[in-house]
Design a protein around this ligand. Structure first.
Ligand SMILES: *Cc1c(COP(=O)(O)O)cnc(C)c1O
Length: 346
């Protein structure tokens, strides 16, 4: 059986969500015992939830179809109608989840500017917490994201911000879609990496390479309450062990190897930085950005596609490495960019 039975082989740098389940992951899926998870009967889902909770140091876990849903469930469980949460302007939960907290949760977001390192300034957090006064929404929660745009929040900042929130009576939630990348970069255990947070959402479908799914981790009573929202939001799945098996495989096999993705991103970034027409950021993890001259965008996109390379080419291009990008792919990509720009002048 081939690794990738049904797809053409692209060098796909658009996102770390594009990975194909490996043969070993598919074998784990095929062999998984399953049951109806809405009844709590699926042994593979239960195993994943317990395994993830233990790994990250929480009482309980809940498997759900997407990170958008685990974040929304967390927000709706922490906050009620007329409550608000503090969140970064650039945060996924605020900017890229369709306004779900407001639309479906009647929760007011209080967006706050992100600093260049991705953090929200401690002074801003303190200043945006509303006093107990009938004019104001009730500030209930601080939500951070790590990594954010590929940046790892300084760990002393994370501890200070979550400490401040707790001192002010707020709960703390981490959108940890890529928190395993942060842990690997910091050389921290997953438990140490998520210290300070009451709840954490982790994507299995990003760099970890599972086809689908996220877990929400937190106290047992919180997760039990959250299951009601998950059902309401359409996330009650039945024989979900088939996909939970892939998520379990991902957590067991694909965390430490994220270091390879970080190295590949560093190599790709330094290769592209040699091209004088480009402005390239230095990655901390598996994501970085390239500024491309507007006049080159359309032709470059076509040139790369002809070489079997897919990327979200624009004036600000995000490039993402993952477990289906090899060292060889990195070299091919650098060569393709160099080939395009060697004679190109604006
Ligand atoms: C991908 C992502 C999510 C959740 O995305 P889904 O596609 O809904 O699983 C949440 N937060 C961040 C930072 C993400 O990158």
């Amino acid at each position: 059986m081939s690794e990738h039975p049904s797809t053409e082989r692209w060098i796909d740098l658009r996102s770390d969500t594009v990975t194909q389940p490996s043969a070993a992951m598919r074998a784990a899926m095929a062999a998984a015992p399953v049951g109806d998870d809405v009844y709590g009967d699926d042994p593979t889902v239960n195993r994943l939830q317990d395994f993830a909770a233990e790994l990250f140091g929480f009482e309980a876990g809940m498997f759900a179809p997407s990170g958008t849903q685990t974040n929304l469930i967390a927000l709706m469980t922490h906050c009620g109608r007329g409550d608000e949460y503090l969140v970064g302007q650039e945060a996924h939960t605020y900017k890229y989840e369709g306004g779900g907290a407001a639309v479906l949760g009647s929760i007011q977001p209080q967006p706050i500017a992100n600093q260049p390192d991705g953090s929200i300034a401690l002074n801003d957090i303190a200043a945006y917490i509303k006093p107990d006064d009938m004019h104001f929404a009730r500030t209930r929660l601080l939500a951070l994201e790590n990594t954010i745009g590929g940046r790892v929040l300084p760990q002393d900042y994370v501890l200070a911000a979550t400490g401040l929130a707790h001192d002010k009576g707020l709960a703390t939630h981490l959108d940890g879609a890529r928190v395993c990348n942060a842990a690997v970069k910091n050389g921290l255990s997953l438990r140490a990496q998520v210290a300070g947070f009451d709840t954490v959402s982790v994507c299995l479908s990003k760099g970890l390479g599972a086809p689908v799914g996220s877990v929400l981790l937190g106290p047992k009573a919180f997760i039990e309450q959250g299951k009601r929202w998950r059902k309401m939001l359409g996330g009650g799945m039945r024989q979900a062990g088939v996909i939970a098996a892939a998520a379990q495989y991902a957590l067991e096999h694909n965390v430490e190897r994220l270091a390879e993705d970080h190295q590949n991103a560093a190599d790709l970034s330094s290769g592209l930085a040699q091209i004088e027409q480009l402005r390239v950021t230095t990655p901390q993890t598996n994501i970085f950005y390239v500024e491309i001259p507007a006049a080159a965008v359309a032709a470059l996109r076509e040139h790369l596609a002809n070489q079997g390379i897919r990327a979200s080419i624009g004036t600000q291009t995000r490039l993402v490495t993952h477990l289906d990008i090899s060292r060889d792919d990195v070299q091919k990509t650098v060569a393709a960019f160099k080939d395009f720009f060697k004679d190109w002048r604006a």
